[in-house]
Design a binder for this molecule. Sequence first.
Ligand SMILES: Nc1ncnc2c1ncn2[C@@H]1O[C@H](COP(=O)(O)OP(=O)(O)OP(=O)(O)O)[C@@H](O)[C@H]1O
Ligand SMILES: [Mg+2]
Length: 255
Amino acid sequence: MAKSYPRRRNFFGRVVDRVEAVCDVSFSLGHGETLAIVGESGAGKSTVGRLILRLIEPDRGRIVLDGVDLRAMPRRALRLHRRHMQMIFQDPFSSLDPRVEIGRSVEEPMLLHLGLAADERRGRALALLKRVGLDESYARRLPSGLSGGQLQRVAIARALSLNPKIIVCDEPVAALDVSVRAQVLNLMAELQEEFGMSYLFISHDLSIVRAISDRVAVMSKGRVMEIGETEQIFAAPKNDYTNELIRAIPAMAHG
Ligand SMILES: Nc1ncnc2c1ncn2[C@@H]1O[C@H](COP(=O)(O)OP(=O)(O)OP(=O)(O)O)[C@@H](O)[C@H]1O
Ligand SMILES: [Mg+2]
């Protein structure tokens, strides 16, 4: 698939120059698999995530989920399909509405997509919150009363509420204190075992990527430079760019 953004417009508002954010990127994501996307800032990682969720439209290309081409899908069917794909963003503060109680935020996707009765939604929201390590008392709080790590747990509970097949995680722990990163990553790994969803895990942090992903796609300037099994990529990078990225990891992080 491919996607460009307008970079410059002329005096008449016509686009005269475009940024090729993603050019001919192609990969598959298996059931229950974690595929990491790494690469420099501006490489096109987040654009790939947004394309997969169809938050933005590709200029060309296909996005296929369980054999169904999402691009060819009519709008209504696409709405139904949306529940299978969720996203967790880097900044947990801006991904939740500051005026909405935590419990309601977790209920909201179920309200929009599942049409469950109110008490059933409530029950499921509380169970999900509990599963991510937040007891019932959190349901009535506002986001401002929670730490970054706790908010990211809420975002995870919310993403899980529709039992998605894919969760796109865009730098999910980058904004968190180092001390809580491992806890949130462990939780994500446990939940994947339990629920069987796939992660598309976008990250700058190669030591995290090495620890949690099955495969890695290395992106640079809108292209996939290399893709393969995590251990293979780290042990014997085929690509100069990949090599450089790996060599840039602080020495302590080398396993
Ligand atoms: N909405 C937009 N309008 C115009 N250009 C954009 C837009 N979003 C991204 N770009 C450009 O597209 C390219 C890819 O951006 P993208 O956000 O996908 O990179 P990234 O790999 O996620 O970077 P980072 O690691 O900094 O998050 C960059 O050149 C960026 O400036
Ligand atoms: Mg990004």
